[in-house]
Design a protein around this ligand. Structure first.
Ligand code: PLP
Length: 424
């Protein structure tokens, strides 16, 4: 009888008892600390995905884990049928950090996007005066905002949509990074309630829009009384070298922030790293004139705003500020792209590197349906670094923001070595 390794046995069990809704790299992780994770065989890796940018503060950050365990031993869940003594503290801390009047707590990114859509529609009917059931929300092609039936209704990813219809009406898709397209749609439709946009399209392959795109898009929205809704689930919480990629006069002390024009969203959507990856937390932030459309009974979640989430959220945001993670992401990101650009100039297999802060990707010089990006990721894994292709021939590199210069340079060497092994 064939004897399976621990890894193979664990993968086989997951395969047998779990739905096949992901295609993971064949590695089984059992421990994490800072920028590192370990597999069940004891092998150590640099984590260059950070759970899709959720573990910005590094794995098992002691301050976040302390806040979580202390709160978990005291009070975990009350539901919102009663008040709890932690939620207000989190709401105050987050609204002061991001400069909004109010926060609505949820759990996952997709739920927060759904929440933002609901707030936007209700605002459109009650404040803007759009006739009921006629509100339209403008979204971008190749967006990724989550997996609910409403959200996939405005996706153009065939895999995400096929056989999940019928879909939800009320969304108009335009080209990303195309101000003319936005201008056109706003001019031709009086029933537009909001423009929902990712400051950088992460899942689509780390597409960074042209300089000034977000600010000009926000101005266009203002001119048409349309809400500018930023989905910063992936780009937020210091990932792109600023506390927010839209950086709406946030209160971070990052010196790079002050050089960049603000694009304060009307509705801000956060998730993932707002908990440092320790707990599912998401949030929607807006000012009173918008958030006041939500009244008791309109929206909710049993777990949203629970005391553990509140304690974890405060701790996770404090770590970002105390450890100057936005600044580190900015500097390490510059270094990473400089190093990789130098390497790429000598290598035919990689077309380009792009990104902001520590949200980066390389574009493999091969067809989208080739296995080259996957093969590179398998070699990276062998060499001690975990990353995953996004779309076919694009590999995203998004390590925890606590990475040091020495660690980053070591990772660059691993990447070069792995790519060179394929090129030969
Ligand atoms: N919005 C963006 C921009 C995302 O990148 C993601 C997840 O990758 C989501 C929303 C959905 O978040 P979640 O997987 O927590 O539902």
């Amino acid at each position: 009888m064939e004897v399976l390794t621990k890894t193979a046995a664990l993968i086989a069990r997951e395969d047998k008892y779990g739905a096949h809704n992901y295609h993971p790299l064949p590695v089984v992780l059992s421990k994490g600390d800072g920028v590192f994770v370990w597999d069940v065989e004891g092998k150590k890796y640099f984590d260059f995905l950070s759970a899709y940018s959720a573990v910005n503060q590094g794995h098992c950050h002691p301050q976040i884990i302390k806040a979580m365990t202390e709160q978990a031993q005291t009070l975990t869940l009350t539901s919102r049928a009663f008040h709890n003594n932690m939620l207000g503290a989190f709401e105050q801390y987050a609204t002061e950090t991001f400069h909004f009047d109010k926060l609505l707590p949820m759990n996952t990114g997709a739920e927060a996007v759904e929440t933002a859509i609901k707030i936007c529609r209700k605002w459109a009917y009650e404040k803007k005066g759009i006739p009921e059931n006629n509100a339209q929300i403008v979204v971008c092609k190749n967006n990724f905002h989550g997996r609910t039936t409403t959200i996939i209704s405005f996706s153009n990813d065939t895999n995400a949509r096929k056989n999940f219809g019928p879909f939800m009406d009320g969304f108009i898709k335009i080209e990303y990074d195309n101000l003319e397209a936005l201008k056109e749609v706003l001019k031709n439709n009086r029933n537009i309630a909001g423009f929902l946009v990712e400051p950088i399209q992460g899942e689509a392959g780390v597409y960074v829009p042209s300089e000034g795109y977000l600010k000009k898009a926000k101005t266009l929205c203002e001119e048409h009384n349309v809400l500018f809704i930023a989905d910063e689930v992936q780009t937020g919480i210091a990932r792109t070298g600023r506390l927010l990629a839209t950086c709406g006069n946030c209160s971070c002390t990052d010196k790079h922030c002050s050089d960049i024009p603000e694009t304060k969203p009307d509705i801000l959507i956060l998730g993932k790293a707002i908990s440092g990856g320790a707990y599912p937390i998401s949030a929607v932030l807006a000012n009173n004139d918008i958030m006041e459309v939500i009244q008791p009974g309109n929206h909710g979640s049993t777990f949203g705003g629970n005391p553990v989430a509140a304690a974890v959220g405060i701790a996770a945001l404090k770590v970002v500020k105390d450890e100057k993670l936005a600044e580190n992401a900015f500097e390490m990101g510059e270094l990473f792209r400089t190093e990789l650009n130098t390497f790429i100039s000598t290598c035919d297999l990689i077309k380009s590197v792009r990104g902001k802060g520590l949200l980066n990707a390389i574009l493999v010089n091969d067809t989208e349906d080739s296995s080259t990006a996957w093969d590179i990721c398998m070699l990276l894994k062998e060499n001690g670094l975990l990353a995953k292709p996004t779309h076919g021939n694009i590999i995203r590199f998004a390590p925890p923001l606590v990475i040091t210069k020495e660690q980053l340079l070591e990772c660059v060497e691993i990447i070069k070595k792995s790519i060179n092994a394929i090129s030969i």
